[in-house]
Design a protein around this ligand. Structure first.
Ligand SMILES: *[C@@H]1O[C@H](CO)[C@@H](O)[C@H](O)[C@H]1NC(C)=O
Ligand SMILES: *[C@@H]1O[C@H](CO)[C@@H](O)[C@H](O)[C@H]1NC(C)=O
Ligand SMILES: *[C@@H]1O[C@H](CO)[C@@H](O)[C@H](O)[C@H]1NC(C)=O
Ligand SMILES: *[C@@H]1O[C@H](CO)[C@@H](O)[C@H](O)[C@H]1NC(C)=O
Ligand SMILES: *[C@@H]1O[C@H](CO)[C@@H](O)[C@H](O)[C@H]1NC(C)=O
Length: 952
């Protein structure tokens, strides 16, 4: 029998649990298919949208123009694309091997927006507002510095005083570069085509004073087009200000936003020459950055700043070296570029939100699965059958990890196969590492969250709310913060501590890189990109790894406290330490039960008191000949909503030697199930102690489980029973059920012992067993591994007599080397199976003893029944009174009467005599005389106890 106390090897346990999970998965194949198809459907949806978008983008204006003709005269037509076959729209997509050169321009305010004197800008040196109607407003330029006369010299050097004749030359663009030119067109992202030269807006030629013919047109050649470019003179008006603070003040007032349209006052720019002198050149330049035209965080325009810097340096050079000295700033020019096409990758735009949903979807799945095991108390059942915490964690974790990885693999492979750029452009190794870290974190989180739920439905609902909430919050709040460069980075990291957001951030980064990669025709994220300034991938990975380790630890800890039915207090590890210190000294507990129990003891019956004394005696003996010893065990359920506390078990003392079957009788709600739940570790006693095989149930439950086998009642009737795992979604076969219970090698023997092994019941599913077979199976399971202590909660309720008999045979055979505690409502069963009985009413034992003793003690009477016509009832009663003066009528219904006759007053022979006489006088339909049954005892004891309780 030594092997029964020895836990099964790690690999046996792992193997069994794994098979249990796989079977569960196999039975849930429909749910699994639904789960896996979710990412597929989303990917297909994206592909469809992408196809529609591409169709739109493939229109001719979105790519470089082409023409089909015989290019090299060999008679074969080929398609040739290029700038020369494109119109202006198409031109931007063409390959540009030799980008055009553009004269550097200033960002000159448009005529109607130039600053004028008004009630907003109350400066006398500004032009009058009337210039707006004549279209002759000058372009204002502010300057300051430590030396005003020097500042005036420098500003003066910037503008020529009259129109340069060279403007009319053949090479207009070079001429414009030599003059001070500007445009009010909005700049673009690239300089392949300067909008100033094809947007039909004039080019301004800035001069000190405009001559009488300020506007003329010149022909300009762009690619294959020639167009007329209007060139207009604009007067530059430099104004001195005393300090840079004053300049700021003026510029601020000029800002367009917030002003009604007519009050716009744009200013070309400003220079602060500061401490510039002959030895030292120091200048600050103001430019209007609004022309960058930010949309989101993507600047659309290249600012026209270089020319204003060049102007300042030229002016200084001229001041030092004399007139004519110049650094020529001739042109700006883009680098050559290959042909590209307008491409929008939808998987990158929508992907972040969709894929967050896809990945996070596993969370409720894992959570539900864990909570299910908890709700159905499968976990504790497995523990009772010897499954250690280590293997449980390891296997469950590994199992969920494999499931998650397979799921992610399907997702990425499928996404790649349908060609989503999100997957194909980013480095697969980064994706792998990222998803690996995340799914680990997610599993740890699910383990932790599972400790907080006890109901599968709640867990499912909350889980899915988390899924959708996280996606939406990520997409519409978190992403906004990430893109807002002014949002403190520290807060983003704080937000990313929530795993859903770190997932979102990671996917967002993938999306950004794949979007840009696709747009620019390059690759997505590479390992080298992790150090990019804006790339949050590295921080997200670090956060997730740290969080994973932390959560894993916390989850294991919380699980230790919570999962196994509240048996451990939050500081259980401290207890372990303390316990170790004194474990050598004594196991005997609860010396605290002195005074307060006296009252209770006084009310008790002598047999109960005797049992209590026996228990106290046993506790003083160090060796444990008794399998179960309960010492004053109590269970109180705290009252809710103002109800008083409910005392389910009020100080139960009981001792059970090995080889005894103890029957616990009692009306419903007496506390029998509460008692058994305490003994098998589902709930924790409120006070008192109990020892199973000498081990305290409060601290050594794990060891006790190896010597215990509970067989609980009908799976549907009481919340406690899990024995058959018979749920709608999982109908395991008999062998599956048994495999799950860890002691594989003992299964066969155990099944044989309940006659289930042979006889064609072979591979039936447990759910398809008949009631009797199920019950025998549950008894078989409780006997697996040869436990020393077995609890049976109403094992034969609802069985037909034949099944019940075969069950009894099994129990009788099994009780030889074991201690069995059995609760039942069947007196017959109690009489057949039990060596001793206790009647349990209202949380305490009313009497205890073997069935014969009890009958003798409580049943000192015969029951006499007689049925006559109702006319003779009176005669029957007087007949009984004559036989036994203190007879007691216990039942009366239309001619049938039942009397209790004290045994010491009647002799059976007299009764027969009296009945013979009666029969001669009137018709007796039926009569009977019976000894008291256990049932009578039970009713009497239960009534007595309840009456007592009502009185008190
Ligand atoms: C201001 O600059 C002019 C021109 O260089 C110079 O002659 C003059 O001395 C400077 N004044 C001061 C106060 O430095
Ligand atoms: C430019 O040349 C055209 C003729 O080629 C002439 O009519 C025009 O007046 C000239 N403009 C300037 C500003 O010299
Ligand atoms: C600049 O300072 C001078 C003298 O300090 C003063 O006369 C003048 O009014 C100031 N100009 C402005 C625009 O404040
Ligand atoms: C800068 O440019 C914006 C946009 O064109 C304009 O609204 C604003 O008034 C300008 N500010 C100044 C000081 O010119
Ligand atoms: C900024 O650029 C967008 C798109 O190119 C354009 O629609 C918008 O008008 C521009 N904003 C300004 C102030 O010009």
């Amino acid at each position: 029998m030594a092997d029964s106390l020895e836990p099964a090897s790690f690999w046996t346990q792992a193997n069994a649990l794994l098979r249990k999970n796989l079977t569960f998965q196999k039975r849930n194949i429909k749910t699994n298919i639904r789960l896996i198809s979710f990412p597929f459907i989303l990917c297909l949806l994206l592909v469809l949208i992408q196809a529609l978008v591409n169709n739109e983008l493939d229109k001719p204006e979105n790519k470089c123009g082409c023409r089909t003709f015989d290019q090299n005269g060999d008679g074969v037509e080929e398609k040739v694309c290029g700038l020369e076959y494109s119109d202006l729209d198409q031109g931007t997509w063409c390959a540009i091997r030799n980008p055009p050169e553009w004269p550097p321009l200033l960002q000159v305010p448009a005529q109607e927006y130039r600053a004028v004197e008004s009630d907003v800008m109350q400066y006398a040196d500004f032009p009058y507002e009337s210039c707006r109607t004549t279209g002759s407003c000058p372009v204002t330029l502010l300057f300051t510095g430590n030396n005003q006369s020097l500042g005036e010299i420098l500003i003066g050097n910037m503008f020529t005083s009259s129109a340069s004749a060279t403007l009319n030359s053949s090479d207009v663009l070079v001429a414009l570069a030599l003059n001070v030119s500007g445009s009010h067109s909005m700049p673009q992202t690239s300089n392949f085509l300067d909008p100033a030269f094809y947007s039909d807006l004039p080019i301004y030629n800035l001069q000190r004073q405009c001559t009488q013919d300020p506007t003329f047109s010149v022909p300009i050649q762009i690619n294959s087009f020639e167009r007329q470019q209007e060139i207009r003179c604009a007067q530059g008006l430099p104004l001195w200000r005393n300090s840079s603070a004053e300049i700021n003040n003026v510029l601020y007032k000029g800002y367009r936003k917030g002003n009604p349209e007519r009050k716009i006052n744009e200013i070309l720019g400003a220079y602060d020459f500061s401490n510039t002198n002959a030895n030292n050149f120091n200048v600050s330049i103001w430019y209007n950055s609004t022309f960058k035209n930010d949309t989101g965080n993507v600047p659309i325009g290249l600012l026209r700043v270089p020319r204003s810097v060049n102007l300042a340096s030229n002016a200084y050079l001229e001041f030092l070296k004399g007139p004519g000295t110049k650094i020529q700033f001739e042109f700006v020019k883009e680098m050559p570029k290959p042909e590209n096409q307008l491409r929008l990758d939808f998987s990158s735009i929508l992907g972040t939100l969709f894929f967050t949903w896809v990945v996070i979807q596993l969370f409720p799945v894992i959570l539900t699965s864990l909570v299910y095991e908890k709700q159905q108390r499968l976990r504790i059942m497995m523990k009772m059958h010897g499954l250690g915490d280590g293997p449980y964690w390891l296997i469950s974790y590994a199992y969920f990890l494999v499931v998650s990885l397979v799921y992610m693999l399907c997702f990425v492979v499928f996404g790649s196969l349908v060609g989503l750029k999100f997957f194909t452009l980013n480095d697969y190794s980064i994706q792998f590492v990222f998803y690996l870290i995340y799914v680990n974190l997610q599993i740890a989180l699910a383990f932790l969250a599972a400790a907080m739920f006890s109901n599968v439905k709640t867990a499912t609902v909350i889980g899915y709310i988390c899924v959708f909430g996280t996606g939406l919050l990520g997409g519409f709040l978190f992403q906004f913060f990430v893109e807002d460069t002014s949002f403190p980075r520290g807060w983003i990291i704080v937000l990313e501590l929530y795993p859903g957001f770190s997932l979102y951030r990671g996917l967002y980064e993938f999306a950004q890189y794949s979007f840009n990669g696709n747009y620019l025709g390059t690759d997505g994220m590479k390992w080298s990109n992790l150090s990019d300034g804006k790339n949050g991938m590295k921080e997200v990975m670090i956060i997730m790894v740290v969080e994973w380790l932390l959560l894993l630890f916390v989850a294991y800890y919380v699980d230790q406290i919570a999962s196994s039915g509240n048996r451990k207090s939050p500081l259980y590890f401290l207890q372990n330490l303390r316990k170790k210190k004194r474990s050598a000294s004594m196991r005997v507990p609860s010396l605290q039960k002195q005074g307060s129990n006296k009252v209770l003891v006084d009310m008790e019956k002598p047999d109960v008191i005797q049992e209590r004394e026996k228990v106290e005696q046993l506790l003083l003996e160090p060796n444990t000949s008794h399998a179960i010893v309960c010492d004053n065990l109590k269970k109180v359920y705290p009252g809710k909503d103002g109800n008083p506390d409910k005392f389910a078990v009020k100080g139960l003392s009981l001792s059970l030697p090995r080889g005894e079957c103890f029957g616990m009788l009692g009306p419903n709600g007496a506390g029998k199930t509460s008692f058994i739940n305490m003994m098998i570790g589902l709930t924790k006693p409120s006070a008192g102690a109990a020892f199973v095989q000498g081990l305290d149930i409060q601290n050594h439950m794990d060891e006790i489980y190896t010597s215990m086998g509970p067989a609980l009642g009908d799976p549907y009737r009481k919340g406690t029973s899990l024995i058959l795992w018979q749920t709608q979604e999982s109908q395991r076969s008999r062998l599956d059920t048994s495999e799950f219970f860890i002691r594989l090698q003992a299964v066969e023997e155990s099944l044989k012992s309940v006659n289930l092994y042979n006889g064609g019941v072979g591979d039936k599913q447990a759910g398809k067993y008949s009631g009797g077979m199920k019950r025998r199976l549950s008894v078989a399971i409780s006997l697996i591994g040869d436990p020393k202590v077995v609890y049976m909660d109403e094992p034969s309720t609802g069985l037909d007599p034949a099944s019940r008999n075969s069950l009894w045979t099994v129990v009788k055979k099994a009780k030889k080397e074991r201690a069995i505690i059995l609760t039942t409502h069947s007196m017959e069963e109690a009489e057949v199976l039990c060596d001793r009985l206790g009647i349990f009413v209202d949380g305490s034992l009313q009497c205890i003893g073997n069935p014969k003793e009890l009958k003798a003690r409580y049943g000192g009477s015969y029951v006499f029944t007689m049925t006559t016509s109702s006319g003779h009832e009176q005669e029957v009663e007087s007949l009984v009174r004559r036989l036994s003066p203190s007879a007691n009528k216990i039942y009366h219904l239309s001619g049938t009467q039942k009397f209790e006759l004290p045994k010491h007053e009647v002799r059976i022979a007299d009764v027969f005599q009296a009945v013979q006489n009666a029969k001669s006088r009137f018709t007796v339909f039926a009569w009977g005389l019976a000894d008291t049954t256990l049932e009578d005892v039970f009713i009497k004891v239960a009534r007595g106890a309840q009456a007592f309780n009502v009185l008190s």
